[in-house]
Design a protein around this ligand. Sequence first.
Ligand code: F3S
Length: 78
Amino acid sequence: AKFTWVDKDTCIACGACGATAPDIYDYDDEGLAEVIFNGDNNRGVTEIPEDMHDDMLDACDGCPTDSIRIADEPFDAE
Ligand code: F3S
């Protein structure tokens, strides 16, 4: 299983992740990325389906500030 969230403390609102994986990442009012998949609300507790993993990994690789976190276990981010 894969889980993901965005560290907004380091996100610079570059906009790449939402373009790469729009079903997983969107932006808040300040343009900072957050995980929106299935109402996750950037908590990193929602399992990302396997058919979305490629997009998720591409987004992670493409983030210039390495702000996208991915792990096999649920996070408990704010
Ligand atoms: Fe932010 Fe990285 Fe996405 S800087 S907007 S988390 S690609």
